[in-house]
Design a protein around this ligand. Sequence first.
Ligand code: IMP
Length: 191
Amino acid sequence: MLKKIVMATNNANKLRESGEILAPLGIEVISQRDAGADIEPEENGTTFAENAMIKAKAVYDIVKIPVIADDSGLCVNALDGRPGVYSARYAPKGEECAKLIEEMKDVPDEKRGASFQCVIAYVDDNSCFTVNGGCIGKIGYEEKGTNGFGYDPVFVCGDRTMAEMSAEEKNKLSHRGAALRALYEMLSKKG
Ligand code: IMP
């Protein structure tokens, strides 16, 4: 089983969470920058899986050691799955929660369901595959909590938003946690 993996991301939060989730499983995650790949590939796919694979392959072509990439986002039922793959581009950074609360202001309680989705792509010398993870919750009426990033302050999971949870609690429940544990299962079978 491999011990070190490069993560194709320039997002410090994804990198931190992935490191926290994989470290107890014995895998060290290093950033693409530390591995010598200072690139930002264009994410022009139409699905999480396509975008994750674009990022993983682009970084693998440079570093030539096992790479993972995360493509993820928030799918809101009342918005027909938006912002979905466009979650990072829905609003300027730091304004995404306020914009979503405004867009959802007339949506009643029972129609506020949403899910976080995460696809992890894995690429090495002789294999490439994707795994998925999801987390079901609903969209709150106001921002709550200061932990996490992105839509965490408006994503209610159980009785709290993800931004009100500790990193450990979020990682147990999150889409990223589920996807990375599925990755670990796949790698365990691969040997
Ligand atoms: P991308 O995968 O780089 O295209 O961007 C994913 C975007 O989805 C992030 O910029 C966040 O806005 C959102 N997102 C993904 N995962 C999370 C999460 O764990 N918490 C909050 N927002 C997330």
